[in-house]
Ligand binder design. Structure first.
Ligand code: AKG
Length: 275
């Protein structure tokens, strides 16, 4: 069955800069993905897990399948066109009752990807209801220029630099995007968004897939990506293959290299320094 968005949904994404909710996984599939993800966290342990869950698709076949799943990729092609790369896979996790939040920001400020034909699929692997601090968006803000940001490096800010939009956001214009487990939202790389702390006793687990059109370039470093749909006639990224062995030596080295390059793009410094 086709997972493509309706023309109204595509129009809504173009006008607002986001679209949600989109059902991706059944309850049982979501529970299984969460189990697999938490098994990876357990396997590597609390200190090493953070490093290994980033770009998990490079070391675990199930995560490779997730980033290629037509239920995610078809809607992405509706907003980015038929030739699409996965740039990175990340996780935004809020533990039960923790104070972590995400300040209002635009992803385009610091990623180095140009032009801005870049979109995120934010997939809920647990309930992301209002009380969990789901994403909130400023509709239409992707149509404006990228605004100035300050780096706060705030302790409870989930963003690596604690970057925040310089200037006020009119809360009246903000739209909350709650999701049930197994649903996703899509958002444009210039959209202003953020989120508040999790007030529930379950984890809020966001699996965050960053996709771009193949003509996009990384302006800061020679970066890596995975072709997930169509053809790459540009060669702007080093394309990486499917993992053959779960957590294999070659796969771990490939993941380390990919994440290091991305870290250099995001922070202008090496992976070890920023960990
Ligand atoms: O999960 C959140 O609350 C924020 C995620 C985010 O900033 C992003 O996916 O770009």
């Amino acid at each position: 069955m086709s997972a493509h968005l309706s023309s109204d949904a595509i129009k809504s994404f173009d006008q607002n800069g986001f679209y949600s909710p989109i059902r991706v996984y059944s309850e049982a599939e979501t529970a299984e993905l969460r189990r697999q993800f938490e098994a990876v966290e357990t396997h590597f342990g609390p200190k090493q897990a953070k490093r290994h869950i980033t770009d998990l698709h490079l070391i675990a076949e199930w995560a490779w399948d997730v980033v290629h799943d037509p239920r995610i990729v078809d809607p992405i092609t509706d907003v980015l066109g038929p030739n699409v790369l996965l740039w990175s896979l990340n996780w935004f996790i809020k533990e039960p009752l923790d104070q972590k939040f995400v300040s209002y920001h635009q992803d385009a400020t610091y990623w180095g990807l140009e032009p801005h034909d870049v979109a995120t699929a934010w997939v809920a692997l647990s309930d992301a209801s209002e009380a969990t601090g789901p994403m909130k968006f400023v509709p239409g803000s992707h149509l404006e220029e990228v605004r100035d940001h300050d780096d706060t490096f705030g302790k409870d800010n989930l963003l690596s630099r604690g970057q925040v939009i310089d200037g006020d956001i009119d809360e009246e214009t903000v739209v909350l995007s709650p999701l049930s487990a197994g649903e996703m939202s899509l958002h444009h790389v210039r959209l202003i968004h953020g989120s508040t702390p999790n007030q529930t006793t379950d984890r809020r687990i966001g699996m965050v897939l960053r996709y771009c059109a193949t003509h996009v370039t990384q302006t800061k470093v020679r970066d890596t990506a995975v072709l997930v749909h169509g053809e790459d006639n540009f060669g702007n990224f080093d394309l990486l293959p499917k993992p053959e062995t779960e957590f294999g030596e070659v796969e771990l080295a490939r993941q380390y290299d990919a994440v290091s390059r991305m870290q250099r793009a995001l922070h202008s410094k090496d992976y070890e320094d920023s960990d």
